[in-house]
Design a protein around this ligand. Structure first.
Ligand code: SAM
Ligand code: SF4
Ligand code: SF4
Length: 338
């Protein structure tokens, strides 16, 4: 049974992002800056994370509310031990569920095959430049480009397709990487998505001046490789897609700052310690772990989520410039799940 659960802005529920860890082996300056997430930073102890059984139970309970897709994320999801077992559990309970995973790619060479075998449909790999100097300044973990490319190759070889590549663009940091990235990926059948640098969390020192608007990126690429718009597959696609007029590939623009898409937002986010968030920019989650560990039956979990969704009116990106829209201390992306 699938219901058509609508929120206050008439948006249906269909997607769940599941963060499996708040930890990461990178320290991307726009997400987990090292001066905050340094060696003395306290990550969550393991017993505070939802177990795979708990996550699966939650997914089982809310599946009848219209769930079509889950995305496993973090932090870096592949640093959570045996994360592929979670995929296997979700897949056996839900043969038709779309299961995607977002990763920095570093551990894909070891993990791609297992992820495929256990039931991941496709992966998104983040990569912000093809130049080591630029990429290492961004990931702040001395991680070279070639190893992410190895990860992308492993995903390709294991048929985790189509592969999307996420590139966050930050003014004065990796603008010069836009064209080389477009050039490289347009020949390879992967969908490169340019993401406007966002004001998630409170630690990355976000400033509007650091945002390179999607229309500027588009103009730059279009001048060299002419583009034309592609009709969206589903209204909930966060990326607006464009194809090269010469037929050599597709790119996406995630203009969350300059052209927000809250009107089509169909997502809930479950954090690693089991709080449920109705918006990426929420400052308050809802305690699912307490319900799960307190023995709440599936029906109670489903009712809780249904009433949360019915009362949802989040549209932060559409109102971020208004002074009264600031939600205070926002939750970090590595915690809530990007
Ligand atoms: N560690 C994985 C990765 O990097 O792909 C998954 C989690 S990460 C938080 C998910 C996505 O969010 C990545 O593509 C990352 O580049 C993006 N991201 C992180 N901080 C961001 C920010 N401030 N603005 C825009 N995108 C951001
Ligand atoms: Fe880690 Fe992903 Fe955040 Fe980079 S964007 S620090 S890889 S969680
Ligand atoms: Fe969805 Fe919130 Fe992002 Fe708007 S700001 S698209 S409501 S997560």
């Amino acid at each position: 049974m699938t219901s058509h659960l609508l929120d206050k802005l008439k948006r249906p529920f269909s997607d769940l992002r599941i963060s499996v860890t708040d930890r990461c082996n990178f320290r991307c300056q726009y997400c987990m800056p090292k001066d905050i997430f340094g060696s003395d930073y306290s990550f969550l102890p393991h017993d505070q994370l939802l177990t795979f059984e708990e996550i699966t139970r939650f997914v089982n309970a809310i599946a009848p509310l219209g769930l079509r897709k889950v995305r496993i994320t973090g932090g870096e999801p592949l640093v959570r031990k045996n994360v592929e077992d979670l995929v296997g559990m979700l897949r056996s309970a839900h043969p038709d569920l779309e299961i995607a995973l977002t990763t920095n790619g570093s551990l894909l060479p070891q993990k791609a095959q297992k992820l495929k075998e256990k039931g991941v449909n496709r992966v998104t790999v983040s990569l912000d430049s093809l130049e080591d100097e630029v990429f290492m300044a961004l990931n702040d973990a001395q991680f070279p480009v070639s190893k992410v490319l190895d990860g992308i190759r492993a995903a390709e070889e294991n048929d985790l397709l189509p592969i999307k590549i996420n590139m966050v663009v930050k003014r004065g940091v990796n603008e010069k990487s836009i064209l080389p990235m477009a050039e490289y990926f347009r020949e390879r059948g992967h969908i490169l998505r340019f993401i406007e640098y966002m004001d998630v969390g409170s630690t990355n020192g976000w400033n509007m001046a650091d945002v390179v608007p999607a229309r500027e990126i588009l103009k730059l690429i279009h001048a060299v490789y002419p583009l034309e718009p592609v009709e969206p597959d589903q209204p909930s696609d966060v990326a607006k897609r464009w194809k090269y007029q010469d037929g050599r590939g597709v790119i996406g623009m995630i203009a969350s700052v300059t052209d927000p898409f809250c009107g089509d937002c169909t997502r809930l986010r479950l954090s690693a310690p089991g709080e449920l968030f109705t918006c990426l920019f929420s400052n308050k989650g809802h305690d699912i772990k307490a319900l799960l560990r307190g023995g709440a039956p599936d029906r109670e979990l489903a009712n809780f989520v249904a009433s949360l969704w019915s009362g949802r009116s989040d549209n932060y990106s559409q109102t971020r410039s208004r002074e009264d829209s600031q939600p205070g201390d926002k939750v970090e992306m590595s915690y809530i799940g990007g």
